[in-house]
Design a protein around this ligand. Structure first.
Ligand SMILES: NC(=O)c1ccc[n+]([C@@H]2O[C@H](COP(=O)([O-])OP(=O)(O)OC[C@H]3O[C@@H](n4cnc5c(N)ncnc54)[C@H](O)[C@@H]3O)[C@@H](O)[C@H]2O)c1
Length: 248
């Protein structure tokens, strides 16, 4: 079934759009009529995805405010910002290093601050904006082997709630999505840990009520909803797309 054209005339920037969930979000927003800018540190990947959806690729390192500002400027007046770029470096906390913590926080948390900082003033001026950040159920319930990642993702949820509180008066909504285990290169990277990694993935699958990994397009459908005018009265929320893993 074809998706509805809820985003016609809207312009969207998807960070980390070259792979996995971001690529699925870019495709879904484009299929619903948006003009999509795919921002990624992986230029070739961004160009590939943009080429598939008749969108645009833009260089973006979310950890660098100048790069975020330049990417937002290249896209022009944005209606939708999807903060999706993220990474993890799996390992039990005491076996990780401060350098790893910094990398994980820089991409997953500071990256969301940078891109939101770059995009928000024009949205405030326009009196319209949709910001959707991809957090994680790890940010709500924790995740073995991902302590710092969980902390960063919890920070994203609190940050989006505050942006929602500060920007309702400008017609800007801000929401988070908390995916569970989704079959992408990021999650499958845990397998590099060998048997422990396989166990981590199996464990997460077992924690879902649906007993399976999720697909990137299942996350993308939730993003499209929050980015559309079907969600005009939804802000400050965190929507779990996790097969019931994070329900309280
Ligand atoms: N896969 C899962 O199980 C899962 C679960 C919960 C949340 N998430 C979140 O979903 C988002 C997407 O993850 P994914 O699984 O698709 O991962 P992925 O590794 O497939 O894709 C991540 C993308 O981000 C890009 N990226 C990395 N660092 C960047 C930077 N500094 N600037 C710009 N782009 C950068 C990568 O090049 C890549 O294209 C992440 O925020 C992740 O934390 C994933």
């Amino acid at each position: 079934m074809l998706p509805p054209m809820r985003l016609e005339g809207r312009k969207a920037l998807v960070t980390g759009g070259a792979s996995g969930i971001g690529a699925a979000i870019a495709a879904r927003l484009a299929a619903e009529g948006a003009e999509v800018w795919v921002g990624d540190i992986d230029r070739a990947g961004a160009e590939r995805v943009a080429g598939e959806i008749a969108g645009h690729a833009v260089d973006l390192d979310v950890t660098d405010l100048d790069s975020a500002t330049a990417a937002v400027a290249a896209a022009g007046k944005l209606d939708v910002l999807v903060n999706n770029a993220g990474t993890d470096e799996f390992g039990f906390f005491t076996q990780t290093t401060p350098e790893q913590w910094q990398r994980v926080i820089a991409i997953n948390l500071v990256g969301v601050l940078n891109c939101t900082y770059a995009a928000l003033p024009a949205m405030q001026q326009a009196g319209y904006g949709r910001i959707v950040s991809i957090s994680s159920e790890a940010g709500r319930v924790g995740s073995k082997g991902s302590a710092v990642y969980s902390a960063a993702k919890g920070g994203v949820v609190a940050f989006m709630k505050t942006i929602a509180r500060e920007n309702g008066r400008y017609g800007v909504t801000a929401n988070s999505i908390a995916p569970g285990p989704i079959e992408t290169p990021l999650l499958m990277g845990a397998k590099e840990l060998g048997e422990i990694g396989e166990k981590l993935i199996d464990n997460m699958k077992g924690m879902t009520q649906l007993g399976r990994l999720g697909r990137p397009d299942e996350v993308a459908a939730a993003v499209a909803f929050l980015a559309s005018d079907d969600a005009t009265y939804v802000t400050g929320e965190t929507l779990g797309v996790s097969g019931g893993l994070g329900m309280v």
